[in-house]
Ligand binder design. Structure first.
Ligand SMILES: Cc1cc2nc3c(=O)[nH]c(=O)nc-3n(C[C@H](O)[C@H](O)[C@H](O)COP(=O)(O)OP(=O)(O)OC[C@H]3O[C@@H](n4cnc5c(N)ncnc54)[C@H](O)[C@@H]3O)c2cc1C
Length: 441
């Protein structure tokens, strides 16, 4: 098997954020793409909010038309008047430890409902007849060019994603009509909140997208507010040590689950608890997150050699997004890195398609070169975030301990110095500072 016959075709397994975004780019390039999604077309995937920043925007710019891109940007929500925000790290007594939004060196992010984003990316693929629901991938076959077929019943051979050991995750969201939003304590305004204390981690954020008319004009919904009440929501998450949670928590009644949530933070500030009372009653998503461990640079070669199966680590099977670098959510980078992958892979696929168009064949060594280049860029970038997101530990730092508080004090000082240096650098630089998230201004 030396080369792929033209036409060049791509199959994507899964129409999540990464797969759908990449499929949009391939369609725009005129590349034949088919997407297979295991879920039913009517499956409503939980629409928790996610916060996206520069890497996701770069992926979107690479794959989407400017019109599609800007229609999605309108669905991002500001919080407390700012289009983009970085989180505040707050102690369990609500003392502010570090406000990352004050530091220009910390990338700004904006929230969007994951379900809304996923639909905005997947629906055009479905409309183009390229997305097939209720089709679950179970195995792949490498089909040789020409006549012969090689069957490969085993997977690619990179089994590096594992459930985390120590913590259990609880997450919920509730609708946030303007009336409810305005009743929140003022302390809850001003960017998402993160707390790491008592061997738990806590997250709270609001999603308040603006409402637009069909001409793209922002509408005033209630006096002085223009939030789209059909989409506005807030989300709270708590990660607790597994041994603290009853083994059958997920099977218990919703009331008991919420009692457990509230009880876990009963010694924390009233504002932490206010959020819980606001969201109480909404379905709680209780799960054990999975995390990837960093593959070796030459993993494809090693799995092929160690298994004696040349189809393991095959260069025609590419892994992108959570399929290779699943990470814990606290740093909000899983989707960002996943969508960035789509942009990088998009460029590689366009190059291979170009070869297919001009020579009618894509030599295996070209595919191998492209996937290795992609992985050489992706592995250090994405796995740095797997590490920064705590690796497989939801509470790598605990501000109930002196060392945790000291760490955040040091972070604030380092960020302050970096910002000052950046500011001084700008004074002496003739070039304007690069804004990596201009869409959020
Ligand atoms: C609570 C929470 C908060 C988060 N917050 C943030 C955030 O603020 N910022 C951020 O950047 N990221 C965040 N993330 C992470 C982000 O949601 C993921 O990294 C991102 O969705 C990964 O996209 P993906 O396309 O790789 O995977 P997914 O979105 O999970 O999509 C995979 C798709 O593949 C389908 N599929 C799976 N197996 C098969 C099969 N065998 N056959 C066919 N189809 C299959 C699935 O049904 C699914 O549709 C958060 C995650 C969680 C859980």
């Amino acid at each position: 098997m030396a080369a792929l016959p033209a036409p060049f075709k791509v199959i994507i397994i899964g129409s999540g954020l990464t797969g759908s975004l990449l499929a949009n780019g391939l369609l725009r390039e005129g590349i034949d793409v088919q997407v297979y999604e295991r879920n039913d077309i009517n499956t409503k995937r939980e629409g928790f909010q996610i916060r996206l920043t520069a890497p996701a925007l770069a992926g979107m710019r690479a794959c989407l038309s400017p019109e599609h891109h800007s229609s999605i940007i309108k669905k991002f929500g500001p919080a407390s008047g700012l289009k983009a925000e970085a989180p505040r790290v707050i102690h369990k007594d609500w003392t502010l430890l570090v406000d990352l939004s004050k530091f220009t060196v910390y990338g700004k992010s904006a929230p969007i409902n994951r379900g809304v984003l996923r639909s905005a990316l997947a629906d055009p693929i479905y409309d183009a007849g390229k997305l097939h629901y209720s089709r679950k991938f179970e195995r792949y076959e490498i089909v040789a060019d020409g006549t012969s077929e090689e069957r490969v019943n085993e997977q690619i051979g990179l089994d590096s994603i594992r459930p985390i050991k120590k913590h259990l995750a609880l997450a919920a969201k509730c609708e946030l009509p303007t009336e409810r939003f305005l009743k929140m304590s003022k302390e809850l305004f001003g960017g998402p909140v993160m707390t790491w204390a008592d061997n738990m981690s806590y997250f709270f954020g609001v999603y308040l997208p603006k409402k637009y008319d069909t001409n793209g004009n922002c509408l005033e919904v209630t006096k002085n507010t223009s939030y789209d009440e059909n989409l506005s929501s807030c989300m709270v998450g708590l990660n607790v040590a597994k041994e603290k949670a009853p083994a059958d928590l997920a099977q218990r009644s919703l009331d008991e689950q919420w009692d457990f949530f509230a009880d876990s933070i009963k010694h924390w500030s009233p504002h932490h608890q206010e959020v819980v009372e606001m969201v109480r009653g909404a379905p709680l998503h209780i799960y054990v997150p999975r995390v990837a461990s960093r593959p070796a640079k030459n993993w494809r070669k090693s799995v092929a050699t160690s298994s004696g199966d040349v189809n393991k680590g095959h260069p025609r099977v590419w892994l992108i997004g959570d399929a290779i670098h699943a990470m814990l959510p606290p740093r909000g980078m899983g989707g960002n890195q996943a969508m960035y992958d789509s942009g990088v892979v998009m460029a590689k696929m366009a190059h291979l398609a170009q070869i297919a168009r001009s020579t009618k064949r894509v030599p295996r060594k070209e595919i191998e070169k492209a996937v290795i280049e992609y992985e050489e860029e992706m592995i250090p970038r994405a796995f740095e975030w797997v590490k920064k997101s705590g690796g497989d530990d939801f509470v790598p730092l605990d501000t109930s301990k002196f060392s945790g508080r000291l760490f955040f004090f040091a972070v604030a000082q380092v960020l302050r110095v970096s910002c000052t240096l950046q500011w001084i650098g700008q004074i002496f630089s003739s070039k304007p500072p690069v804004d990596e998230t201009p869409e959020f201004n």
